[in-house]
Design a protein around this ligand. Structure first.
Ligand code: NAD
Length: 266
C-alpha cells in the first residue's frame, strides 16, 4: 500500500488469533512495508499465530509468557542476535481472572489484583526497558488501553485500575526514553469482539451500547486501530509521545447517552 514502514523492524506481542487487535495492527504494518516478529503465549495460541505470522512473511515467532521474565529476556536476546536493533514494539497484552470481571470492584482478591497488574501493566514497563536497549537510533512503542481507566465501566473493575496504571506508565516511560528519541504512546480502543474482550461480563451489552451512543454510531474495526498504530509507529507522528489516543468512534467525549436512548428510557 505504501512504503512508510519500509526498513523498519518491530515486535508484535499479543496475537491470540485473527480477531486479536495485535493482528489488525500487524497486518496494517506489514501492508506498509514493516518487517515483523511475533510472540505467542503457550502452545495453543502458538498454533493459531503461526499461519498468521507466515502470511506476513515473519521469520521470528517466539514463545513468551510475561509472568515468566526469563521468557521475555529470551525474546530480546533473540532479537538482538537476529536483528541487532529494532524500531518499534506493540504491546497488546492483558489478563484478569474472568470471575472478577463482574460484580463489584471492591470484591477483587489480592492475588488477582497483583496478577492483573503484572500482566496488564508492569509487563509493558519490563518490555519497554528491554526494547529501548535495542533502539540506538530511536524508536516507537505502543500499548493498548481502554476508557475504563478513567471512567467507571460496568464489570471492567480491576482491569480499569490496571489500565489507569498502564496509562500513567506510558507518560513516565515517555520521559525516561525521550532523550533517546524513543516515543511511547497508547491507543485507547473502543470495544472489539476478541477473546480478552469477551472475558468482561455483559461484553455484548457494552458493545451494543457504545455502538448506539458513540458519535460515529458504530464500533471500531481492526483496520481502524491498525491505521492509528501505523501513524504512531511511523515517522508521521515524530513529535508525539506520552499520549493516550482514543480510537473509539468518539465515545469518550459523551457525558450522557444520545437523546434517542434517553427518550426510550424515559
Ligand atoms: P486477545 O485475547 O486477542 O489478546 C490478548 C492477548 O494477551 C493474547 O494474545 C494473550 O495471549 C495475551 N496475554 C495474556 N496473558 C499473557 C501473558 N501472561 N503473557 C503473554 N501474553 C499474554 O484480546 P485483545 O482484545 O486483542 O487484547 C489486546 C489488548 O487490547 C489488551 O491489552 C486489551 O486489554 C486491549 N483492549 C481491548 C479492547 C477490546 O474491546 N477487545 C478494547 C481496548 C483495549
Amino acid at each position: 500500500m505504501s512504503d512508510i514502514m519500509k526498513g523498519k523492524r518491530g515486535l508484535i506481542m499479543g496475537v491470540a488469533n485473527n480477531h486479536s487487535i495485535a493482528w489488525g495492527i500487524a497486518k496494517t504494518l506489514h501492508e506498509h512495508g514493516a518487517e515483523l516478529a511475533f510472540t505467542y503465549q503457550g502452545e495453543a495460541f502458538g498454533k493459531r499465530t503461526k499461519p498468521l505470522a507466515d502470511s506476513v512473511g515473519a521469520k521470528l515467532l517466539l514463545p513468551c509468557d510475561v509472568e515468566d521474565i526469563s521468557t521475555v529476556d529470551a525474546v530480546f536476546d533473540t532479537l538482538k542476535k537476529e536483528w541487532g536493533t529494532i524500531d518499534f514494539i506493540v504491546h497488546a497484552i492483558g489478563f484478569s481472572d474472568k470471575s472478577e470481571l463482574r460484580g463489584k470492584y471492591a470484591d477483587t482478591s489480592r492475588e488477582n489484583f497483583s496478577r492483573t497488574m503484572v500482566i496488564s501493566c508492569f509487563s509493558f514497563t519490563e518490555i519497554a526497558k528491554r526494547a529501548a536497549e535495542l533502539m540506538p537510533n530511536g524508536g516507537s512503542m505502543i500499548t493498548l488501553t481502554y476508557g475504563g481507566s478513567t471512567k467507571v465501566m460496568p464489570n471492567y473493575n480491576v482491569m480499569g485500575v490496571a489500565k489507569a496504571a498502564l496509562e500513567s506508565s506510558v507518560r513516565y516511560l515517555a520521559v525516561d526514553f525521550g532523550d533517546q528519541n524513543i516515543r511511547v504512546n497508547a491507543i485507547s480502543a473502543g470495544p472489539v469482539r476478541t477473546l480478552a474482550g469477551s472475558g468482561v461480563s455483559d461484553a455484548r451489552l457494552m458493545f451494543n451500547y457504545q455502538k448506539r451512543n458513540a458519535p460515529l454510531k458504530r464500533t471500531v474495526s481492526l483496520e481502524e486501530i491498525g491505521g492509528t498504530s501505523l501513524y504512531l509507529l511511523s515517522d508521521l507522528s515524530g513529535g508525539v509521545t506520552g499520549e493516550i489516543h482514543f480510537v473509539d468512534s468518539g465515545y469518550n467525549i459523551m457525558s450522557m447517552p444520545r437523546l434517542e436512548e434517553l427518550k426510550v428510557q424515559d
